[in-house]
Ligand binder design. Sequence first.
Ligand code: RUQ
Ligand code: CUA
Length: 678
Amino acid sequence: MEEQGIRKYLPKVVVTLVLVAALAMVFLISCSDRDDEGSSGESSSSAAVSGDAAAIAEERGLTPDDITAALKTYTPTGVHDEYIMFASGGHSGQVYVVGMPSMRIIKQIAVYTPEPWQGYGYGAEGTMETLAGGDVGDHEIRWGDTHHPALSETGGDYDGQWLFINDKANARLATIDLRDFETKQIIKNPIAINDHGGSFVTPDTEWVIEGGQYAAPLGWEYSSLDNYETDYRGMVTIWKFDREAGRLDPDRSFAMELPPYWQDLCDAGKKVSEGWLFCNSFNTEMATGGVEDGEPSFEAGASQRDMDYLHIINLDRAIEVAQSGATVDVNGFPVIPLDTAIDEGLLYFAPEPKSPHGVDITPGGEYMVISGKLDPHVTIYSFDKIQEAIASGNWETDGYGVPILNFDDVMEAQVELGLGPLHSQFDDKGYAYTSLFLEPAVARWSLGGPYAELNDDPEWSLVSKINVHYNVGHIAAAEGDTVSPDGKYLVSLNKWAIDRFQNVGPLLPQNFQLIDIGQPGDNLQLLYDMPIPDGEPHYAQIIKADKLNPWEVYPEVGWNPHTQSPDPNASQIGEESIVRDGNNVTVNMTAVRSHFTPEHVEIKAGDHVVWHITNVEQTYDATHGFSLPVYNINLSIEPGETVTFEFDATEDGVFSYYCSEFCSALHLEMTGYMLVEP
Ligand code: RUQ
Ligand code: CUA
């Protein structure tokens, strides 16, 4: 019997087992003498398959490691991935949804940037409202620089319900609803012009953190750089998340004024450190640049000191102080002044070496891990020691009066890892992983304290490293920043791709590399390279796929995804109409395979048109599009959804509208005419 014949009749599971066995044989064959291959015989079917596989492997020049990597990542058609990664899309202003271990991009979620496939920002009222939420005064901003996605958590674990992500360029946050994977809210920070330390959630997602970056006067009012130390300020903003409403609530949110150091990344305490907040900073030199005038450049000026300051914030107390009203008003937003923060014991510093980037908290909340870009170590701080140091009252202060705890009082350990350490993640075996930008590599190291039981290593020490390609920024391990990391997989989010892919001209993609971290010790395996051709990814989070439970279709026909409730403007079949009231025309349309009703929309130049379309289908994947030329309308109307758009009919003529999703055999006929009479 031919191999094809066997495969056709055996259930998929058996075929998979045969293939795995066959490829395992290839592995053995490749490890031993290839001359044995011919004599292994054609008598058994698995040997025949392995012969084919061996030939393919040889023809393609695959090594045994390549073959195991393929076995670990290959995902047959119809089989779903075990994990889903939500990755920042950098300055594409979007979020990528990637299946793991296959590394297939399953979706992009439009966030800050209009995106036609999702009908985001091309007329659909809810999406226009979401985007407009991020406008600054009269300025319509239609892109963003997304850095740090944050999945909502319950008890410090991802709960699969919400996703937040910041826009560094304009200090904005977005809220994405994971019932339909759509952006519901963009909110502009009223006091800051850029951010970086966001978004980060508290263990039950009651609060979403947005830390600043490049200091400016609060509210970005003009002041000369000569007044940097007196007028410029840093900040952290604490947004209240209303789970019920599915929105960040500015009326219950507040900020804290900080010295004009450049706050960088934050992380909320968890378990033993719940109720505290930690942010690293750089440029405590308060360099103001001016290389063109012979002043030290920012890169030199902001890197002079050996230590910057880890910001240690008593979040629970800060919430009480803000709620007591001890705030000042900046652009209508309550801000705890720096002096109040100091007097109330809300803010402490600990020295951190050198030009640090990021702070990551161990799964149990006991330790804060800091990397200095210009220091080969990671430095680990103990939450207990920080509490003791605060209680002792034994500290100096910085120029603004903020207490600086003694380094030796709060430091637990330092581990030398290599060049350019940046960000850390954790696994289930008592290991931490840190990206090394300059090497470039990812280091695995063992945590001490209570984690020594898991990793069998009493010391805080380097275990192994794996090279990555190239210049890694963040890393993301499966659930690797939660209270219960999974281990198993880690993705290295590399900034440079260089030679990893075909040359496509001077602008190159970034490179995600999937690494198997499932085996203990010196046993990290690179599995897969995935180009990201659309904006620089920063951080990502990886969640078990079965924690996500999105809708297949909207819960009922006539659903408004912006309000997540039935839309009063929905039409069922038979209720379609065109209603004129003076110059105002309302179109009530339905869409179903394969027609819109009505198919003729006759209006007059100068009319104001409000147009509702309901996709009355409840069939999985039966999405219709709606494209109307000249008026810049493009919609995605998913099963059950009602979409509204409006426009002034300023241009007369004949305009054919049509469905832009290939929905059926007669999809091309899913069309109609809008006639605008002069
Ligand atoms: S960043 S590569 Cu998180 Cu914006 Cu570190
Ligand atoms: Cu509906 Cu094509």
